[in-house]
Design a protein around this ligand. Structure first.
Ligand code: PLP
Length: 397
């Protein structure tokens, strides 16, 4: 069978290959500490499960409107408006089968082939894949690290804008860095987007995974609502990664296009699951609160242990469930230099710790000399975190 040329441009999430390698190592009888995938081993809140099961039994098993059931669109518009200080109503919401589909749909709706889209590197690998798959030019922007954490290199970002730049993807509360923009950085990003008339994808998948205080959205800066699509997901806040439910939120004209893409692709998102999500938004909030407490405890255990290892240094992010420690010295001490794959394999075989490296989040940028790995603590309990990282500490020592 002939395969279309564009498939050569389709990327993937190579973290799934790390998962397969970890599974093979475990099947061979070894203990494995799964720090590689941003999946969650925390159960979905009971009230959400009950509501979804109840809806299924009550016959909510047929198609529903393409942009989602009106009750959920309405509740989500209210929730997002209140949390972000922006005014959205139901017509600004298109429910999706996960947050991820918003990325491709934003690109399809807002970018022509040949146009440039700015995206974060290190960053979620699907951005580059979708931009290139749809015939765009993916232009990576970079981060700098100081003692407190990672920040977008805004001067560098400015230098990347050309007359062909059509859009920018911003993942505030960022995977894999755990980075969060300061208010000043948000202002600068907003001015850049407005000055160059860019469409903006605000990937806010981790908006609600913040440990101290509230998150803030670029959509709330005057002028930004009209040019931004928010990627919302139920996956993280409600530990619903496998349920597949999210939303695109933004100006009605673009949301209508995205809903039309839904008609073509999926008809609608799963019907009874939307009733579970509605309960998540409007019902008892102790579930998401407990999820956040569990994650925070894990973060502190992991960060403390990582910083106790020679050759490793790790900021303590206030958001997301990812850590991105620097391991330049450790890799050099172990004789790996820049060979991330050999290092990760050695760590797995000698300690059982399965992790992703910087390479899973984009190609290294010119001049990049420091080395980093990513650990996710959403899919591994506190005891296992301790055991795994003590083994890694012994390896480092
Ligand atoms: N955006 C970022 C930055 C992510 O890390 C993820 C998932 O890990 C997603 C979007 C999509 O998540 P989902 O499709 O489960 O909503």
């Amino acid at each position: 069978m002939r395969i279309a040329d564009r498939i050569a441009r389709l990327g993937t999430e190579t973290a799934f290959a790390v998962a397969a390698r970890a599974a093979a190592h475990k099947a061979a009888g070894h203990e494995v500490f799964p720090f590689h995938l941003g999946d969650m081993n925390i159960p979905t809140p009971q009230n959400v499960m009950d509501a979804a099961c109840g809806a299924m039994r009550a016959g909510k098993t047929g198609y529903c409107p393409s942009p989602g059931i009106p009750e959920l669109r309405d509740a989500l518009a209210g929730d997002v408006s209140a949390a972000r200080g922006v005014d959205y109503s139901m017509e600004n919401v298109a429910i999706q089968p996960g947050g991820k589909p918003v990325i491709g749909k934003f690109i399809m709706a807002c970018m022509n082939p040949g146009e440039e889209v700015l995206y974060p590197n290190p960053g979620y690998p699907i951005y580059e894949s979708q931009i290139e798959y749809h015939g765009g030019v993916a232009v990576p922007y970079r981060y700098v690290r100081d003692d407190a954490g990672f920040h977008i290199d805004l001067d560098y970002l400015e230098s990347l804008v050309t007359p062909r730049t059509r859009a920018i993807i911003i993942n505030d509360l960022q995977n894999p860095l755990g980075a969060e923009c300061t208010p000043q950085e948000r202002e600068r990003l907003a001015h850049l987007a407005m000055r160059h008339n860019l469409s903006v994808l605000l990937d806010e998948a981790y908006f609600d995974i913040r440990y101290g205080g509230r998150s803030s959205s670029l959509a709330s800066i005057p002028g930004m609502r009209a040019r931004s699509i928010i990627l919302y997901t139920f996956s993280k806040k409600f530990a619903m990664t496998g349920w597949r439910l999210g939303a695109a939120i933004g100006p009605k004209a673009v949301i209508d296009i995205i809903a039309k893409l839904n008609v073509n692709d999926e008809s609608c998102s799963n019907h009874f699951i939307q009733h579970g999500a509605l309960e998540g938004l409007t019902g008892d909030q102790s579930g998401p609160r407990a999820i956040l407490e569990t994650l925070k405890e894990r973060r502190d255990i992991a960060v403390d242990l990582l910083n106790s290892m020679p050759g490793v240094s790790c900021p303590r992010p206030e958001a997301t469930f990812y850590l991105f420690p620097e391991v330049t010295e450790l890799m050099a001490n172990k004789g790996f230099g820049a060979d991330y794959a050999a290092f990760a394999e050695d760590v797995l075989v000698r300690t059982g710790v399965s992790l992703c490296t910087r390479l899973h989040f984009g190609r290294p940028l010119p001049g990049e000399k420091r080395r980093f790995v990513r650990l996710a603590y959403s899919g591994i309990g506190a005891d296992e975190i301790r055991k795994g990282l003590l083994a890694l500490k012994a390896y480092a020592e």
